[in-house]
Write a protein that binds this ligand. Structure first.
Ligand SMILES: Cc1cc2nc3c(=O)[nH]c(=O)nc-3n(C[C@H](O)[C@H](O)[C@H](O)COP(=O)(O)OP(=O)(O)OC[C@H]3O[C@@H](n4cnc5c(N)ncnc54)[C@H](O)[C@@H]3O)c2cc1C
Length: 321
């Protein structure tokens, strides 16, 4: 394998694609992990320095493992407060009854590559001028190189009427939360018995897995079909985007699937709030008329709601002391 990769790299270099670009392409194709296993030492480096990684999710743990392999004398500290490492794509599968909740998490300590120093804490501030981070409980930690992998934060409070703690109230659910996914599965089973109007929404910000809100909608369709209650379920999908999916290769097929499954799609709509007592979603349709944006509020009743919270980078702590 090592010769094969070296030959491949040389061939690419002859074609004007350098190693850095090659690995970018491999990463985009999801192949870099496979190469990393075989070729770790091919890219070893005797560079020295203390590396601090913020966040031990999928990105932080894989970055720590890769750097640990590549460096001759790794000095890597990973900071993350969570004692559990979640496989978040599994949340969709909990919510559709495919996975049990315990199948989607491991103890963080069991996921930590050997040799990595884990500080179980949160970073409260970064001072790039002094090359140090301030943790909540472990003081300041200096670094030579800083890797930021804190994921996306879910901003529940940006949906009026919703809090993370009260997810599920008024049958308003979200799989973007471990507990929320479990409540969604219970509610989905109940909904398949009672039937009614189900509303599914995404959000106007970048969000983890653009597919997840669409998947839970289609999984409801699938589940109610299996329960032979699909005719009682009236499913509707609302997206904040101007199209259902922004990857042209997939869009036509996805549109066809939604059409075949009789799920109307509403474009350019944002969720402003949810009245969980009245079981109503407060939407806003955003249209561009000439140079102007026109905002039209409207309300929809629901029996079952799956919504996606707005998300953002957790960057509030990136500021000098
Ligand atoms: C419902 C759902 C379905 C999904 N489905 C898919 C799918 O089908 N396919 C797919 O490819 N992806 C899917 N994803 C997306 C995928 O799970 C994420 O892209 C991935 O988990 C991101 O990894 P990450 O390491 O960047 O962030 P995370 O896994 O979120 O990890 C971030 C880590 O940073 C830590 N952290 C945050 N702030 C601080 C701080 N201040 N100090 C220290 N540590 C901090 C957190 O504790 C956390 O452990 C899905 C996600 C969800 C929620």
């Amino acid at each position: 394998m090592s010769h094969e990769l070296e030959d491949l790299l040389k061939t690419f270099e002859k074609k004007g694609i350098n190693r850095r670009h090659f690995f970018k392409l491999m990463a985009a194709a999801g192949l870099v992990t496979a190469v990393g296993i075989y070729k770790a030492k091919e890219f070893s480096s005797n560079a020295k320095g203390k590396i601090v990684i913020i966040g031990g999710g999928a990105a932080g743990i894989s970055m720590a493992a890769r750097l640990n392999d590549w460096l001759d004398e790794p000095d890597i500290t990973l900071i993350d407060p969570s004692d559990r490492h979640f496989y978040q794509p599994g949340f969709t599968l909990i919510a559709s009854g495919v996975y049990q909740p315990d199948e989607v998490w491991r103890k963080q300590e069991d996921c930590m590559p050997s040799g990595i120093k884990w500080i179980k804490d949160s970073v409260a501030a970064i001072d790039p001028n002094k090359n140090q981070v301030a943790t909540k409980n472990n003081g300041k930690i200096a670094y030579d190189f800083l890797v930021l992998t804190p994921g996306l934060q879910t901003n529940w409070e940006k949906v009026e009427g919703i809090t993370q703690a009260t997810l599920g109230e008024g049958n308003a659910h979200s799989i973007y939360d471990f507990e929320g996914a479990q409540k969604t599965w219970k509610a989905l089973q109940e909904f398949s018995k009672t039937g009614g109007k189900a509303i599914y929404t995404d959000t106007y910000t970048k969000h983890k897995c653009g597919g997840a809100p669409k998947k839970i909608c289609l999984l409801t369709d699938d589940y109610t079909r299996k329960q032979e209650t699909r005719d009682k379920a009236d499913l509707h999908y609302y997206t904040a985007s101007k199209e259902l999916y922004d990857i042209p290769f997939f869009t036509p097929r996805l549109l066809k699937i939604y059409e075949e499954r009789n799920i109307p799609i509403n474009l350019n709509v944002r969720v402003k709030g949810v009245d969980t007592a009245a079981k109503q979603v407060h939407f806003e349709k955003i249209e561009t008329v000439g140079e102007q944006k026109v905002y039209t509020p409207f309300i929809e009743d629901y029996d079952f709601l799956h919504f996606t919270p707005p998300m953002s980078l957790p960057t509030s702590y990136v500021k000098p002391d």
